[in-house]
Design a binder for this molecule. Structure first.
Ligand code: SF4
Ligand SMILES: [Zn+2]
Ligand SMILES: [Zn+2]
Length: 307
C-alpha cells in the first residue's frame, strides 16, 4: 500500500510504502514519540550528543538541533571521540566538524592519543585483543568522564533498533543478564552523580530507516564503516538478524518489543548493583579497578617490559 501518489522511497515491515515527505514526517514523529514514551528529555537540559560523523549520530544531532531551536532551554553540545583509526575516523570527524560548523553547534573532541597516550591503531599493534572490546571500553569511559566534566545533564547516543536488537542477542549468547538489564532507551540501572544519564532517542528506528533519513536529508553522501567491524561478534549477529529480517519482516521489532516487556523487572532485579570508585582513576566501576585502567595497566606493562 502506498502513502500517496508520489514515488515511494522505503517499505516499512508492515508492507506500507512511503514517499520522501511522508517518510520524513513518519521518522521524525517516531523519534519525538520515543522521547516522550521513555521520558528521555526534560524541559531544561544541557544535552550532549555523542557524534561520530556517521549516519546515526548525524541524524540524531540534526533532529535534536531542531528540538533545541523550538525550546531554547534545551542546549545542545556535540562530543566526539577520536579513537585514532586511520582512513576511517579522520574522515567521519571531518563530516562531524562540517556539520557542527554549518549548524553553529559546539563540538568537543577528545582523542585516545591525548587521553591514553596511544591511538587505537597503535594499541592493537601491542595488545592481542578484539578491537571493539577495548575500543568500546575506552569510548564509554571517555564519554562519561568528559560529559560529567562538561556538566552535561544527559548524553544522547545514536543507537538504533538494530543496535539494541544485536545487544539483546549478544548478551543472551554470552549469558550476560546484567548487561541486558543496563539496556533500554534510558541506559543503566541506577542514578549516580558519577554517571551522566545516556539516552537513545533513535531506539525504535531501524538502521534502514536511519540510513534513508540521513541520505534523504543530505546528511551523508557515502557510507563508511570502521575497518575493524568484520572482526566483531556484533557483525556476525547483525548479519544473522538481517537475514532473518529479510525472510520474516518485523523480526527485529518483535525481539526489542518482547525485551521491553521484561526490562522493568530486569532493572528492578539489578537496581542495587554496587558502584565503586576505581582505585586508580576514581571513575565509577563495578570492580576495584575499572576496565579502562586494567587495559591501560596491561599496555603499560608491555611497553615497560614488566611481565
Ligand atoms: S567498530 Fe569497533 S573498533 Fe571500530 S569504532 Fe566501533 S567499537 Fe571501535
Ligand atoms: Zn506520500
Ligand atoms: Zn580506572
Amino acid at each position: 500500500m502506498n502513502c500517496c501518489n508520489e514515488k515511494s522511497v522505503i517499505a516499512l515491515p508492515s508492507g506500507e510504502k512511503l514517499c520522501k515527505n511522508h517518510f520524513i514526517v513518519y521518522f521524525e514523529g517516531k523519534v519525538f514519540r520515543t522521547i516522550r514514551q521513555f521520558d528521555l528529555i526534560g524541559k531544561e537540559e544541557n544535552l550532549g550528543v555523542a557524534l561520530s560523523g556517521g549516519k546515526d549520530s548525524l541524524t540524531l544531532l540534526h533532529i535534536l538541533k531542531r528540538l533545541s531551536e523550538q525550546n531554547p532551554k534545551i542546549r545542545i553540545n556535540a562530543i566526539a571521540i577520536d579513537e585514532g583509526i586511520k582512513g576511517y575516523r579522520d574522515k567521519t570527524l571531518e563530516k562531524a566538524k562540517e556539520f557542527c560548523d554549518r549548524n553553529s553547534i559546539r563540538l568537543n573532541i577528545f582523542s585516545y592519543k591525548e587521553e591514553f597516550g596511544l591511538t587505537l591503531d597503535e594499541i592493537l599493534k601491542i595488545l592481542n585483543v578484539k578491537p571493539c572490546t577495548i575500543c568500546g571500553i575506552f569510548r564509554r569511559y571517555l564519554l562519561n568522564k568528559k560529559s560529567r566534566e562538561l556538566k552535561l545533564t544527559k548524553l544522547a547516543t545514536g543507537h538504533n533498533l538494530d543496535d539494541e536488537c544485536q545487544s539483546i542477542l549478544m548478551n543472551q549468547m554470552k549469558n550476560n543478564i546484567v548487561a541486558s538489564a543496563r539496556l533500554g532507551a534510558k541506559v543503566g540501572l541506577i542514578q549516580n552523580s558519577m554517571f551522566v544519564q545516556r539516552i537513545k532517542p533513535l531506539y525504535l528506528c531501524t538502521e534502514k530507516e536511519v540510513t534513508a533519513y540521513a541520505f534523504l536529508n543530505g546528511l551523508l553522501e557515502e557510507f563508511t564503516e570502521c575497518p575493524n567491524v568484520p572482526q566483531s561478534f556484533r557483525a556476525q549477529v547483525r548479519d544473522m538478524l538481517n537475514g532473518l529480517e529479510n525472510k520474516f519482516p518485523g523480526t527485529k521489532y518483535s525481539i526489542v518489543n518482547s525485551f521491553l516487556q521484561n526490562l522493568p523487572s530486569l532493572k528492578q532485579r539489578f537496581k542495587n548493583e554496587e558502584v565503586k570508585a576505581c582505585a586508580k582513576c576514581n571513575e565509577p566501576s563495578a570492580n576495584e579497578i575499572c576496565n579502562a585502567c586494567v587495559y591501560l595497566g596491561k599496555l603499560n606493562n608491555i611497553l615497560t617490559g614488566v611481565k
